[in-house]
Design a protein around this ligand. Structure first.
Ligand SMILES: [Zn+2]
Length: 109
């Protein structure tokens, strides 16, 4: 059965259910980010997002918007679970929100 994933894409329902509500492609992006964080540390991930803000995101806006909103949820949850990492997580949320924001402004036009 095909279901709409929370990232806004359509995917096989059993896959979506067992991968945090994401389609295959977004889940693989998500895993890549977590690997990056694990391998190169938190600063590397912050730099990665900062880089993306600077180049205005190569992927389609609608696609990245759903994915970013998933990440915002993920880090908001982390903020509750890992208060000791608050400083880093808040930085990530700030980055993610500033990626999200330009698109929100656009939809108002
Ligand atoms: Zn997706």
């Amino acid at each position: 059965m095909i279901a709409k994933a929370r990232c806004g894409h359509f995917a096989i329902k059993s896959y979506v259910d067992s991968h945090g509500g994401l389609c295959r492609k977004c889940h693989s992006n998500f895993s890549t980010l977590l690997d990056l964080e694990k391998k190169y540390g938190e600063d590397a991930l912050v730099e990665y997002w900062y880089g993306l803000i600077l180049v205005n995101l190569p992927e389609s806006k609608e696609e990245i918007r759903c994915f970013i909103s998933h990440l915002i949820d993920f880090y908001q949850q982390k903020l509750i679970e890992m208060p000791s990492k608050q400083k880093y997580i808040r930085k990530m949320l700030y980055m993610l929100n500033s990626i999200q924001e330009p698109f929100d402004v656009e939809t108002l036009r």
